[in-house]
Design a protein around this ligand. Structure first.
Ligand code: ADE
Length: 435
């Protein structure tokens, strides 16, 4: 398999049409590219004339194909991230059938197209892009987000030649970790994905991203993939044998660095933190990259502080949560909200215990889920309500209640009012204007 051509071929705007205006705010322009479940267009803000990229998702298709959680994951991840080398998510809008992610526009196209046009990069250019990729990933990891699909198609360039990581559709948030602290979803693109991702036994998202960085650095310097076989079994044999070939011109220090990243054993693989301090990467750091790396280091400092109660109190967290995580409206089709959330400082056990008590009292069968971090209740095999707990910042927990039978919460199951009354002092705050 050769590097595949990008699909992001711009098409001219249809001149005989009135420009389409999205929800009164953005004038839709040319087509930029297509993902598996989305199309991306250029658009211009009517408020200030700035260019943006609009990712359009088709709601019925997402629901049919079970991709809803992936979209919520992408939005949730992007909203947590603000870094010069990460495509910013400005706004999310939705109609009955579509979701629009309004994003920062990267005018320089993607790195794959760049490579097709220019061929292998000189070491100085490769270093410039790689420094910025590493800065972005270091920042993400410090905030608990792994990208999991780092590949040249997802690395965009802005008008000044700065790299912007995009497409967090496969990114993983900490609440997707299982009890063993590992991710379990096999995802990514085989030629760029770490071998442990395909094994399906759980993996560390940050270590998997470090592997993808090794592939990216190889691709930048060689203009071809290190592991490239249509037969996946054969490809993994090559990976474990480390049987890739460096191009003749690649320097010894770059080779050593690639080899440390393309280490099949994730425990022995160089981490992104070590990578950021590597002499090859630090050599002649461009001014932009210096600023970008400083920003990442700052993010690492503030991340640990952000999780300490003195730096971010419960009120701050609640405000952040109601904007960052209240994404349920995106998929409500009949206007009935099927989800509620609240924060609590009670223990997981106490919250789950109370939910169980209430379920049993109302005649439901009750089942613990997800290693005790959730509880489902229902009747005659159909689930009515699911409660899940996620830690926000100790000791604050976020509890999500989801009605799963479509009754809107007041059919045969609980009414929301009854639930609230039953939960009583367990609730610190409910998260919605209605509540
Ligand atoms: N293609 C996909 N996302 C894009 C973005 N944010 N800017 C430019 N082109 C894109």
């Amino acid at each position: 398999m050769d590097l595949q051509r990008s699909e992001s071929v711009p098409t001219p705007p249809k001149s005989h049409h009135q420009p389409e205006v999205l929800l009164g705010k953005y004038e839709l322009g040319r087509f930029l590219g297509r993902g598996a479940f989305a199309k991306v267009y250029f658009a211009r803000s009517l408020a200030d004339g700035t260019g943006v990229a609009v990712k359009v998702l088709d709601k019925p298709q997402l629901l049919r194909t079970g991709m809803k959680s992936q979209v919520l994951c992408e939005v949730s991840a992007m909203r947590r991230l603000s870094h010069p080398n990460i495509v910013k998510l400005h706004e999310v809008m939705a109609t009955k059938s579509k979701i629009y992610l309004i994003m920062e526009y990267a005018a320089g196209g993607d790195l794959l197209t760049w490579l097709h046009r220019r061929g292998p990069a000189l070491e100085s250019a490769a270093r410039h892009y790689f420094q910025q990729l590493v800065a972005a990933l270091r920042y993400c990891h410090a905030r608990g987000v792994a990208h999991r699909d780092v590949k040249p198609q997802n690395l965009l360039l802005d008008g000044d030649g700065n790299l912007k990581v995009s497409d967090f559709g496969l990114s993983a948030l900490p609440d997707q970790l299982r009890e063993d602290g590992h991710l379990h979803t096999a995802c990514g693109t085989p030629a760029f994905a770490a071998p442990e991702v395909a094994r399906g036994k759980g993996y560390d998202g940050a270590k998997a991203d470090a592997w993808s960085c090794g592939v990216i650095l190889f691709v930048l310097l060689a203009g071809s993939l290190p592991f490239d076989d249509a037969n996946l079994a054969q490809m993994y044999r090559t990976i474990y044998k480390r049987a890739y070939e460096f191009p003749k011109g690649m320097s010894r220090s770059a080779r050593r660095l690639v080899a440390r990243l393309l280490e099949p054993n994730p425990e022995r693989r160089m981490t992104i933190g070590e990578l950021a301090d590597h002499p090859w990467l630090k050599r002649s750091l461009s001014l932009d990259s210096q600023l970008s790396l400083m920003e990442s280091a700052k993010a690492e400092d503030t991340t640990s502080a952000a999780l300490d109660p003195p730096a971010m109190n419960a009120f701050d967290i609640i405000v952040a949560l109601s904007s960052a995580l209240d994404l349920t409206g995106l998929f409500d089709e009949d206007g009935k909200r099927r989800e509620r959330r609240f924060t609590s400082t009670a223990s997981v056990e106490r919250i789950m215990g109370r939910m169980e008590e209430m379920g049993l009292k109302s005649g439901f069968s009750v089942e613990r889920r997800r290693n005790g971090g959730g509880v489902g209740m229902g009747r005659w095999g159909s689930v009515v309500l699911v409660a899940e707990v996620a830690e926000v910042a100790a000791p604050l927990l976020l509890v999500e209640l989801k009605v799963e039978d479509g009754s809107g919460g007041d059919g045969e199951g609980f009414g929301w009012g009854e639930l609230r009354a039953g939960l009583g002092d367990i609730v610190s705050a409910w998260h919605s204007s209605e509540d």
